[in-house]
Design a protein around this ligand. Structure first.
Ligand SMILES: NC(=O)c1ccc[n+]([C@@H]2O[C@H](COP(=O)([O-])OP(=O)(O)OC[C@H]3O[C@@H](n4cnc5c(N)ncnc54)[C@H](O)[C@@H]3O)[C@@H](O)[C@H]2O)c1
Length: 345
């Protein structure tokens, strides 16, 4: 497929330039992004950036890219970039995204940000607004929905196989012993679970949350969040940072007037239960996807394809706007818990 450095062959035989990618934040996740871009035929990693010099230098050597120690330095160098990944972390795993993302968007560059879009809704709003103002694509790595199992289940929903949707029960839990802010668990983990819930059921209207602290913990590490969606679907999110072991990662259970699907562990098992029959359909590893770790490639592939196809910014899958909506649900859950009330969005 590849003809010469920087070029990729189109299906019609023509050649076009590969997308020149910059990655900001070279921790574990930035390196994940870099490995994916290296594997994809349409992209090359030309710049890596970290305020920790050794991380930038190490990544530059590993990916054959130029290393930078700040976004301003990268932008000021005149290096040509077509898009960037934002893989910083910070407070509640999202506090550092804002400033460098604003700098990239201001420079007119499409950004694929890590989740949470921000731990502060006001800052998320600013980033989404700036991307709109600039007319550039802004996506978030809400990778849990980018599995062949979720895509197949979504087709069932869209084609009416489940009938009218009634309920969704979503569970996502991992072991994370980090003692951060009281809301770390909700803000850092549940952009993912709420995005999956929104993917199948649409916008959330009302939220009611109960939280608890696991044994020995100072943060609200367990959550039960009741939700009502705009279209009348009712649902529940079970979340925890006190899981691990053999608990598994997640389970999404959606039922309707004609049937029900269950996705276990994002991509590993998909079940269809008909309401009219005792036969159960079971699909293991749909599309050959074996584990959650592969979702980085599937999500980034969609982002790259949409950039190559010049999909309009408001049609980007798992956009900044969608991530912002998920983050608003999280803030509503926090408010609900604090005020012991149902909160409308
Ligand atoms: N999508 C997923 O499945 C998934 C899974 C885990 C983590 N994450 C997210 O990925 C992000 C990164 O996680 P991580 O574990 O790699 O974090 P990390 O702390 O190991 O790495 C972040 C890096 O960003 C650098 N950095 C901070 N501010 C910077 C700036 N202004 N310019 C350049 N570099 C800067 C830091 O020096 C650090 O090296 C987090 O937002 C986290 O929530 C996503």
């Amino acid at each position: 497929m590849l003809r010469m450095a920087g070029l990729v062959q189109d299906l019609d035989g023509g050649e076009r330039m590969k997308l020149r990618i910059g990655i900001v934040g070279m921790g574990g996740i930035g390196n994940n992004h870099a490995r994916v871009y290296k594997e994809l035929p349409d992209t090359e990693v030309v710049a890596v950036c970290d305020i920790i010099k050794e991380r930038a230098d190490k990544a530059a050597a590993a990916y054959g890219a130029k290393g930078f120690y700040s976004v301003q330095e990268m932008l000021g160098s005149g290096i040509r970039l077509d898009a960037c990944s934002m893989c910083t972390a910070g407070v509640e795993n999202g506090g550092d995204h804002y400033r460098p993302t604003m700098e990239l968007l201001e420079a007119g560059l499409p950004v694929l940000g890590e989740k949470p879009i921000s731990n502060e809704v006001d800052k998320a709003v600013e980033m989404v607004d700036l991307a709109k103002k600039k007319g550039v694509a802004y996506g978030i790595n809400l990778n849990h929905r980018f599995t062949p199992a979720a895509v197949r289940a979504k087709e069932w929903v869209t084609s009416g196989r489940l009938g009218q949707l009634h309920m969704i029960n979503m569970r996502m839990w991992i072991n994370n012993s980090k003692e951060s802010s009281p809301w770390f668990h909700l803000r850092a983990l549940h952009p993912h679970s709420i995005d999956v819930m929104r993917y199948f059921c649409g916008d959330v209207k009302s939220v009611c949350a109960f939280l608890s602290k696991g044994k020995g913990r100072t943060i609200w590490s367990n959550a039960q969040v009741l939700m009502q969606f705009e279209n009348g679907i009712i649902g529940n999110l079970t979340g925890s940072y006190d899981a691990g072991g053999s608990f598994g990662l997640e389970c999404c259970d959606v039922s309707g007037s004609e049937g029900r699907f269950v996705i276990e562990d994002a991509c590993e098992r998909l079940f269809f239960h008909s309401r009219r029959s005792i036969e159960v359909e079971r699909y293991d590893y749909v599309g050959g996807m074996r584990s959650f770790s592969e979702t980085f490639k599937s999500r980034i592939s969609v982002w790259v394809r949409q950039l190559v196809e010049r999909v309009p910014p408001d049609k980007i899958d798992a956009s900044g706007e969608e991530a912002l909506r998920a983050q608003r649900v999280i803030e509503a859950a926090i408010r609900s818990f604090q005020t012991r009330s149902v909160v409308d969005l």
